[in-house]
Write a protein that binds this ligand. Structure first.
Ligand SMILES: *Cc1c(COP(=O)(O)O)cnc(C)c1O
Length: 485
């Protein structure tokens, strides 16, 4: 059968723009010129780039179509573990679009962007208050860049102490970016295994912490969704041997207003504004990974820093111990405005409540799916819960099959095969913004899939069957990519 655009019902198909284009077609019309046409200078003459000629309607439909093919948190439940795909209130988007922020050129002199600088200074204070840390930089463009900044700060600190060190302890429940950031900074990552409760044990850290070790990177809550309950004892061991403690706070959504990171021994902490603080993400857009430090590490923060004196905000490079500049300008301003707006519109009590609800939602899913799916660590979780495909393996059904089948039910799959400490992991993070009804429907879908695994495993092997595309050959896609569509 010839393929008509409506082959997928109202999910319309379309060819590539290059195949749609027709010579001479145009997306705009201008009045006929009343002056003579000038030929372009010789160096610009000849063929332009090979762009297709399209009408305005074709271009608009193309981009609207792409947006419809995309799954988003505005379209449906998106329980992608570790990613905090929560709904982002649109008012924060509106504040970030205000021309004074969105249109400000990054090279404006400070005198002409006092409002933007004031917002940055205020946001630094708010993030310090929320985390229980002393000073903040807003510069890093993502969580991983925050980690790199943290490692550079570790390095600068030890150099100042007169003894650079070469290793960093990274538990097996840390996020994958942690050892990568340590390595990028020239450190050797020393792994430590988590214990039977899914957390780090002080003994394991004590056995590897030595005078060559710059410190430890702790993801807390860790990638099993568990709070590192021994963090204080671990920090004491590391500090006692001259090291520093890095806290990966990308999962701050679980502990807003609950944990004073400074008091539990964290020296450097990054946050992901694009997870916890209302910047949409998932499509690779700009992020922000502010880094918070204790007072003694403040001199090492990146420059320029916002300073306030005599009623005026300025940028200052005057920090001789600084690790330097991390990116071309001052940070991703849109993310900063959204975070500021989010924090002020919720207020302290509601930020705390957001975390409580995120934790409640994850524990509710954990309790209701326990037994239907194997739960490797059966204890209260934080904002996410981790199952495995152990029970479904008996029917030759894997985590990948379960994830693909969820798409037929209309859900974005959870994070799968991560964390690595759980074979066949299914990591579910519901977030605080979903209603009980939505979560119940998702649980029913997961239960239905578990029943299918027993009764008709082939249905799962063939999933997805109701999506625009069937199951892709991921190996071939990686080895022999076809980039033209
Ligand atoms: C998402 C995440 C990161 C990395 O953040 P990016 O902004 O993607 O670089 C680091 N650690 C944890 C725990 C995360 O969840």
């Amino acid at each position: 059968m010839k393929e008509f655009p409506g082959a997928g019902g109202l999910i319309l198909n379309e060819p590539l723009l290059w195949e749609q284009g027709r010579r001479g077609r145009s997306g705009y019309s201008l009045p006929r010129p009343d002056v003579a046409r000038a030929e372009p200078p010789a160096e610009l003459a000849g063929e332009g780039p090979d762009f297709p000629d399209l009408s305005e309607a074709e271009v608009v439909r193309h981009y609207i179509r792409l947006s419809q093919w995309n799954f988003s948190v505005d379209a449906g439940f998106y329980p992608l573990g570790s990613c905090t795909m929560k709904y982002n209130p649109k008012t924060n988007e509106r504040q970030a679009s205000r021309p004074g922020f969105a249109g400000a050129h990054p090279l404006l002199p400070a005198a002409l962007c006092q409002g933007a600088l004031e917002l940055m200074a205020a946001l630094e204070c708010l993030l310090a208050e929320i985390t229980g840390m002393d000073a903040v930089t807003l510069q890093p463009a993502a969580g991983a860049q925050g980690e790199l900044a943290g490692m550079l700060i570790f390095h600068a600190y030890h150099r100042q102490q007169g003894r650079p060190r070469s290793k960093i302890i990274v538990p097996d429940t840390a996020h994958g970016t942690n050892p990568a950031s340590a390595a990028l900074c020239g450190y050797t990552a020393v792994p430590v295994a988590s214990n039977e409760r899914g957390v780090i044990s002080p003994e394991a850290v004590a056995s590897v912490m030595d005078a060559e070790t710059a410190g430890i990177m702790v993801t807390n809550p860790n990638t099993l969704g568990l709070f590192e309950e021994n963090i204080r004892a671990v920090a004491e061991i590391v500090h006692g041997r001259g090291g520093l403690v890095y806290g990966d706070g990308a999962n701050m959504n679980a502990v807003l207003g609950q944990v004073h990171m400074g008091e539990i021994g964290v020296d450097v902490l990054h946050l992901n504004l694009h997870k916890t603080f209302s910047t949409p993400h998932g499509g690779g857009g700009p992020g922000a990974g502010p880094v918070c430090v204790r007072r003694r590490l403040e001199p090492f923060l990146p420059v320029p820093r916002v300073r306030y004196a005599d009623g005026v905000y300025t940028f200052s490079d005057d920090y001789p111990l600084s690790i330097g500049k991390l990116q071309a300008f001052w940070g991703n301003m849109g993310n900063l405005v959204r975070a500021y707006s989010y924090i002020l519109s919720l207020g302290a009590a509601n930020l705390k409540r957001a975390s409580q609800l995120a934790v409640l939602a994850a524990n509710y899913i954990k309790e209701r799916l326990k037994g239907v799916y194997h739960l490797p660590y059966d204890r209260p979780c934080m904002h996410e819960c981790v199952f495995s495909d152990k029970l479904q393996q008996a029917h030759r059904v894997s985590t990948l099959d379960i994830a693909k089948r969820l798409m037929d039910y209309g859900y974005h799959p959870p994070t799968i095969y991560f964390p690595l400490v759980v074979p066949g992991a299914i990591m579910i993070e519901p977030t605080e913004t979903e209603s009980k009804e939505t979560i119940d429907r998702f649980i029913e879908a997961m239960q239905a899939i578990a029943a299918e695994a027993e009764q008709s495993p082939d249905t799962l092997h063939q999933a997805p069957t109701r999506c625009r595309r069937r199951r892709l050959d991921e190996t071939a896609a990686a080895r022999k990519p076809r980039l033209t569509g």
